[in-house]
Design a protein around this ligand. Sequence first.
Ligand code: FES
Length: 347
Amino acid sequence: MSTRMSFQVALNFEDGITRFIECRPDETVAEASYKARINIPLDCRDGACGTCKSLCESGSYDGGDYIEEALSDDEATSGYCLPCQMTPQSDLVLRIPSSSLAAKTGAAAHTATVAGIKQHSATTVEFTLDVDERDALDFLPGQYVNIVVPGTDQTRSYSFSSGPDQRQICFLMRIVPGGAMSGYLTERARVGDRLEFTGPMGSFYLRELTRPALLLAGGTGLAPLLSMLERMTQQPPAHPVHLLYGVTTDQDLVHLDTLEDYAEVIPGLTFDHCVADPSSTARNKGFVTGLMDTDTLHEGEVDVYLCGPPAMVEAVRGHIASLGVTPASFHYEKFTPAAVRQTAEAA
Ligand code: FES
């Protein structure tokens, strides 16, 4: 039994906004939410109506007292829970059946200073921020924030490439000619510049790994997977993890050395990469689908995490279907050059 005074509970709302609250082991998640001024759906508060029913995606808890009409045994076995009754026994990740707006909350706002800008190549730039109140920023590995492009009224979405416990936060960006953030980062940005962003957001985050995992990245879609790998250095997976990284040209390839470093320290992690450009010097030319067979997919006993452009997401889904395999879970995030995020989960 843990002796921690309180646990961190991530409340993920239907609109992709995530809020984090502290919850003591002797208080219910509903009580802790109320204290944090977050109105998660509640009615009876007594384990009788089922209004608060949520899905626990990670962590352990005492489910409390309730009646079968509020939560059936089958639902409880599938991870559903009643926040008005449950008390945490570890950090938790919960999917709340309402929008953040309905819960009278929203994305948290943060301010930060640019700490570093590194242009990897003509196509890819990485930037690092020092957050003013770093302790007030929690996120799940794989999530993103909306950054206001300095000097404009536009926002762009970027996934953290750093881990939730690293002090500085990092992002990867594909340079898009004429793009608002591209223009800022390649022409005007200076270390010390001030930035504002909101978040975290997104349902593309690492769940508890209870089986092998296949991580697929297209271009700068590598960023959220790097954040997941960073988490795995602290919580080593008990099953094999394979990462496939596909890019268009050799110039797009970044962080191969970082992946090698992770492969040294994360047990069971292997990775490979491919480049679509036929004139590439890479060993594998083509798309990640060319590196995926039924073995890579563990005959379906696998959690798939994919972040890449829409065409890649569709190609991978089609390829998996053509192999006659249905992964145990399939989480993906599509991004476009304007970096509008779409996260989803397919069974
Ligand atoms: Fe009725 Fe939780 S509010 S069961």
